[in-house]
Write a protein that binds this ligand. Sequence first.
Ligand code: ATP
Ligand code: SF4
Ligand code: MG
Length: 315
Amino acid sequence: MSLLNVESLRVSYRTRRGRLEALSNVSLSVGEGEVMGVVGESGSGKSTLGLTVIRLLPGNAVIESGSVRFNGVDFLRLPEEEVRKMRGRVISMVFQDPYASLNPVMKIGEHFAELFLEHGAASSEEEALREAGEILERMGVPRERLNDYPHQLSGGQRQRVAIGLALALKPRLVIADEITTALDALVEAQIVELLKEVKASYRTSMLFITHNMGLVAEIADRVTVMYAGEVVESGRVDEVIRDPMHPYTKALLSSVPRIGGPKDVKPIPGEPPDMHNPPPGCRFHPRCPFATGNCRVEEPVLKGIGDRYVACHLW
Ligand code: ATP
Ligand code: SF4
Ligand code: MG
């Protein structure tokens, strides 16, 4: 049994235009110490997946069906009180905007002290700050920054602090949602290096969400490719990159920006669908160069081929 098992997850949002299904039958697993990349264009449901796993979905979201098992426990059914105790300590999340985890009127040190004391991980503020200083240094931020407010740091340092906070209590799973997207290419490359070190030294499992297959190639062990709320392909990163099976994965790979190079992506022709009204059959058919008549009516199911999975009639 993996650390995280997401099974047939269906999540929708209530919107003014009606129900929007953001995740349709999504399944994936993340093993102990494993980094699972989740990749797909804007609107494919990546953040909805991350927020469901850590139980931070907004009020208009509805979990229609499916399960999220964390360490064997049915996480979606746990009382909120228990989930709150687990957040930060067992499972944590880093967002695109570091201010999602930072309070602008609190010093960096106070963030760590609050976290440690709330979870009983330090017996005094001095002990918490000592520990926090070590974490900061491991994250490549000088210890003196503990006395600064978030706005006194650079964007890259703020994100390092957010990563440090997420790792501080040595959780078993970290969800990283587009954590380098807002950074310039050079700082992005530095954060990627930091994550590689984190992966090697902390052995934390990670759900690494990004629209950039290049980042997945750098960091992840396996990858789940999402399109319009569905998993279209998954497998070991090296295999998926060497030999992508799904036409959408192929298109994503040919649009990869180089790490450290210009961040602009060569767009995939066509637009992702309107999720209020996704296309029938294969959701990718309006953009797929291989689409046949059958693709317009019959929905492909995710099939296992060796240790790979692909949802496409070509297979
Ligand atoms: P991005 O790359 O832009 O972050 P994403 O892959 O993270 O995209 P989600 O944010 O999960 O995608 O969105 C999936 C779908 O759900 C989209 O169609 C989006 O418009 C919709 N959606 C997301 N959040 C909400 C919300 N709070 N209320 C209504 N619809 C939402
Ligand atoms: Fe393309 Fe058909 Fe495969 Fe969909 S099922 S990706 S339309 S070939
Ligand atoms: Mg998102």
